[in-house]
Design a protein around this ligand. Sequence first.
Ligand code: AMP
Length: 144
Amino acid sequence: MTVAVILKHKGAAVETVRSTATVQQMCDLLSSKKIGAAVVVGAANEVIGLVSERDLVHAISMHGAGGLNRTIDEVMTRNVATCRLTDSSQDLMEMMTSGRFRHVPVVEGGRLVGIVSIGDIVKRRIEDSDLERHAMRDYIAHAG
Ligand code: AMP
């Protein structure tokens, strides 16, 4: 299964944030959208970083309530691993396991075209194995 197939089902929407936003604003965004991470983009919408809930927890653990006033620029991960539409879910799972993260932005021709989380991969895998199970059951029921 490719990233293109995963995005076809979940859509191409990606929550983005500017590096000048505060940790408080980021908490509000993640909370209202019920998501775990957002991609940090520059003026040309290019990917310059990623912030996940783990980075926010770290900022508050380090600075207490004052951490909420820090900027995203201070807490984001800059060296972001991205993927292409043609990458497989297996490629992504290996990337996530070895890098110990759960989100991978999808970039094509320098443009952000989606994001895949570990939850998206697990969801598709379960749906695929359900389809396979039903097809197998039909095949057995009608064979012979
Ligand atoms: P996550 O498991 O996605 O919540 O992220 C755990 C940590 O890895 C956080 O510090 C994130 O900023 C960082 N991280 C998440 N996704 C990526 C990625 N695709 N490339 C590099 N770092 C990431």
